[in-house]
Design a protein around this ligand. Structure first.
Ligand code: MLT
Length: 392
């Protein structure tokens, strides 16, 4: 064949981070089939869907099986019942988002990757370490990316500084991978900076339901954010939808760049390239944000946070520095004795068959760090903690 391919792909690492980890773990497991591996690597949930979601799912599936209630293509931006429910969810923590500014999708990962479609040739800024989807999707589209160091000195929460010019800024709070969460004051600084410099913030709120100390759960908790920020969120971590797929993006009607509404462009993009989320999934998502559903979601989050406590107390006991585990399911720890991230990954896999995520996989500043997730079962987490206690 002689066609030209997208040469930007040459600038990506060989594999997506979590595919690389999966590959290494599979190779180990094939070599040592007798060893039980405990997986605290990818942030994938393990508890089943909350009961209210399951019954909504079942009822909707039945509706799809009956002539009178069958539905074809869903509305391209999501059913009104779900957009309204999401708007009510925002209202429950004091944020006013009209249903019409909410675009339902099959998850935050897709939206994080797809949002670049409506943006021109801007300088893109993101923290280092960072969720690899922001980085990889910008590399794929040939964008210039500048990194803002997130380190122990700034509490893994970079703030606007001299190096920051007009551009597109990715922020994630509570943060993946470090678990750190911006305070309202810090977010206000970002919003003020964006408004002043004419920049756009792409705010990833996928872990908002884990906030436990009053930190903002949405960028729109800050005045002025509707004029400078898009927010992406998901049911994956809140309601265990990693295998069910549903998320949403808020593109406020107020947002414009040189008189062009971002909402108009995102509506156009979605209408062309996306055919909506299935009806049963949207009904299940609606149920997650019902009163009963939210209670069940919070129970599950409480369960995961007990795992976080187990991991954190081991690290305290061993004198290993870490962040996260408080407003976040992730614990970001310093690899002991100056070990590199991948060395530590191999060491844990080899010696105690515990899988985590090497910090270096999230960027240069992640070198020497390691991420553990608390999304495992109590049993697996307790087992991992015991194995690590013996080893570290
Ligand atoms: C992670 O482990 O960082 C997440 O599971 C990735 C994701 O949500 O796509």
């Amino acid at each position: 064949m002689k066609i030209k391919l997208n040469c930007n792909f040459e600038n990506l690492s060989e594999n997506y981070l979590f595919s690389e980890i999966g590959k290494r773990v599979r190779a180990y497991s094939e070599k040592h089939p007798e060893k039980k591996i405990v997986r605290l690597g990818i942030g994938d949930v393990t508890l089943p869907l909350p009961a209210p979601c399951v019954s909504a799912f079942e009822n909707a599936a039945k509706e799809m099986g009956s002539k009178d209630t069958f539905r074809g293509y869903p509305p391209e931006y999501g059913y009104d019942f779900l957009r309204t429910r999401i708007s009510e969810h925002y209202a429950s923590f004091g944020v006013d988002i009209p249903a019409d500014d909410i675009f339902v999708s099959d998850g935050a990962k897709s939206d994080c990757g797809n949002i670049v479609d409506i943006l021109g040739d801007n300088t893109v800024y993101m923290p280092d370490p960072v969720y690899p989807v922001y980085m990889d999707s910008n590399i794929m589209s040939g964008r210039e990316v500048r990194l803002l160091e997130a380190n122990a000195q700034n509490g893994f929460l970079p703030m606007p500084g001299e190096e920051c010019g007009r551009g597109v800024y990715y922020l994630c709070s509570p943060n993946n991978p470090t678990g750190a969460a911006y305070s309202e004051k810090q977010l206000k600084e970002w919003v003020d900076f964006a408004l002043k410099s004419g920049s756009l913030i792409i705010y990833d709120a996928a872990y908002e339901a884990f906030v436990s100390d009053g930190s903002p759960r949405s960028v729109y908790a800050v005045d002025g954010a509707k004029e400078c920020a898009v927010e992406i969120c998901s049911f994956s971590k809140t309601a265990g939808f990693t295998g069910t797929r549903c998320g949403y993006t808020v593109v406020p009607a107020e947002l414009d760049a040189d008189g062009v509404k971002l909402k108009k462009l995102w509506s156009r993009r979605q209408a062309t390239k996306f055919n909506g989320v299935s009806y049963p999934v949207q009904r299940a998502a609606e149920a997650a944000y019902s009163e009963e559903g939210m209670k069940a979601c919070l129970d599950n989050i409480g369960y995961y946070m007990e795992n976080a406590k187990m991991i954190a107390s081991l690290l305290d006991e061993k004198g290993i520095k870490y962040t996260g585990g408080k407003n976040s399911p992730y614990i970001w720890l310093e690899c002991p004795n100056g070990t590199s991230s991948w060395e530590f990954f191999d060491y844990l896999l080899e010696k105690v068959q515990v899988v985590g995520t090497p910090g270096a996989g999230f960027g240069k500043c992640g070198e020497g760090y390691f991420r553990l997730t608390s999304f495992g079962s109590h049993e697996d987490t307790a087992e991992a903690v015991e194995r690590l206690r013996g080893l570290l």
